[in-house]
Design a protein around this ligand. Structure first.
Ligand SMILES: [Zn+2]
Length: 154
């Protein structure tokens, strides 16, 4: 491995081909709209937006209710319990930063509150995941700054 004048590291393979440095893992952008979600995840709590006009739960975070268009939204804790709505097993990650995690399960969980959340199903072999399987939220502290919400069999 060598370092370029710009400070970027490079390496070469055994046949002398130049390799790019590994891409960093993607991180969520911390914006004021989503900050309550990420702050709660860091505390190992799951919160969602709720419309105070029609009482509907909302995910992903938005500035207005997608049902009644009210902008009177609040953040509230949810059960963290739900069922697998759909899933796929990832054998080849499109992002090289996740390749060492393969195979892994990417899924959509429908919370008991009705909202659906994209996530990873962990705590069991990918081939053991089933649609409608009961799951519960777990919190993966991937760095000092970020905690991801994942789900495991309940
Ligand atoms: Zn509403």
């Amino acid at each position: 491995m060598t370092t370029t004048p710009a400070g970027k590291s490079t390496s070469t393979t055994s046949d002398g081909a130049r390799q790019r440095p590994p891409k960093p893992l993607p991180r969520p952008e911390l914006k004021s709209l989503t900050a309550p979600y990420w702050d709660a995840a860091k505390r190992h709590e799951l919160v969602m937006q709720r419309c105070t006009a029609c009482a509907g739960w909302i995910f992903y975070p938005r500035e207005q209710c997608p049902v009644c268009f009210s902008q009177k939204l609040e953040w509230a804790p949810v059960s963290g319990r739900g069922r697998v709505y759909t899933y796929t097993i990832v054998y080849q990650s499109a992002h090289p930063g996740f390749q060492s995690d393969t195979p892994y399960t990417y899924g959509i969980v429908q919370l008991d509150e009705g909202v659906r959340i994209p996530t990873n199903i962990v705590g069991c072999a990918p081939q053991d995941v089933r649609v409608d399987m009961p799951v519960v939220a777990v919190f993966d502290d991937v760095s000092a700054d970020w905690t991801l919400v994942k789900f495991k069999p309940a």
